[in-house]
Design a protein around this ligand. Structure first.
Ligand SMILES: *[C@@H]1O[C@H](CO)[C@@H](O)[C@H](O)[C@H]1NC(C)=O
Ligand SMILES: *[C@@H]1O[C@H](CO)[C@@H](O)[C@H](O)[C@H]1NC(C)=O
Length: 280
């Protein structure tokens, strides 16, 4: 019995662990940074007990860990307060069991111009805006935008919006501000819309405050894990009940009769006595 319930608990925790994932978020949300900018990366996890760590590959070293090899660990976040070009690389979250989040590519430029593009893949049909920025002047300078080496167009305000992104918009983008210089290139990937007849994309949730997000996460957690938890508890208690259940009917039968029962029995005896007397 005990083995079975232990097995159930094991199974439950296994189910829990296989459902956990982490999402890597970056703030500011830009695939390119100027040298000296600060950046905060965090693993938004479903299960903090899975032991997610933030790792990166750079040209020099692979799979190095935040806090130990670079950056400053602060709770589930990791901060690089003064980025250098050698911080350029691929970042991801990895659990103790080796599960990984999707990765994010960050490029730190020592040059005068950067292209701010989304760190995450863009969904087909959505709009995407690219900003071309210089380190010193506000982003109101005209900029030229290039894709895969050829000029797309020049924008007077330094930012370009691509409407209704399609797979053909995927590619290597960079920009150039006259008199300042050129940005490093950044790859923009486009993910296919789910082919199922899904309802129209829900409007992006309003930027909820941290406590609200926490509550939401907690609720999600409860909704996902409650069935497992409850079924485990029920199973365990059922087995417990069964293990001790055999004694129950016996102890009930052995229970001393109540006063009312005793009186009823006595009355019955009297009646029996009377009837037997009459019969005699
Ligand atoms: C990081 O580098 C390791 C070793 O070279 C490689 O196996 C792994 O795929 C890289 N990870 C990413 C996300 O690029
Ligand atoms: C940047 O653009 C200007 C024109 O806007 C051009 O003259 C210059 O050569 C470009 N620089 C680079 C590095 O492409």
């Amino acid at each position: 019995m005990e083995q079975t319930s232990q097995l159930l608990i094991c199974l439950t925790s296994l189910l829990c662990c296989t459902t956990t994932t982490a999402r890597l978020t970056v703030s500011p949300s830009s695939s390119q940074l100027f040298k000296g900018d600060s950046v905060s990366l965090s693993c938004e996890e479903d299960d903090s007990s899975a032991g997610w760590t933030l790792r990166r590959n750079t040209t020099k070293r692979q799979r190095t860990q935040c806090g130990a090899d670079w950056g400053e660990a602060a709770g589930s976040s990791c901060i690089i307060s003064y980025t250098l070009p050698l911080d350029s690389g691929v970042y991801w979250c990895e659990s103790r069991e080796g599960a990984t989040s999707s990765s994010i590519s960050i490029s730190v430029s020592g040059g005068p111009v950067i292209l701010q593009s989304p760190v995450l893949p863009v969904m087909e049909g959505h709009d995407v805006t690219l900003h071309c920025k210089t380190k010193t002047t506000p982003s109101t300078l005209p900029a030229a935008f290039y894709k895969d080496g050829s000029l797309i167009r020049t924008e007077p305000a330094g930012h370009m919006t691509i409407h209704h992104v399609s797979r053909s918009d995927e590619g290597l983008y960079r920009c150039n501000i006259s008199g300042h210089g050129e940005s490093p290139p950044s790859w923009i990937s486009v993910t296919e819309k789910p082919t199922t007849l899904a309802p129209p994309p829900a409007p992006a949730p309003p930027p909820a405050s941290a406590p609200l997000q926490l509550v939401f996460r907690l609720l999600l957690h409860l909704v996902v894990f409650c069935p497992y938890f409850i079924s485990t508890v029920i199973m365990v208690s059922l087995y417990r009940h069964r293990a001790t259940g055999n004694d129950l009917p016996v102890s009930m039968a052995m229970a001393p009769p109540t006063k009312a029962e005793q009186r009823l029995a006595e009355d019955y005896d009297d009646i029996m006595a009377v009837t037997t007397e009459h019969q005699l």
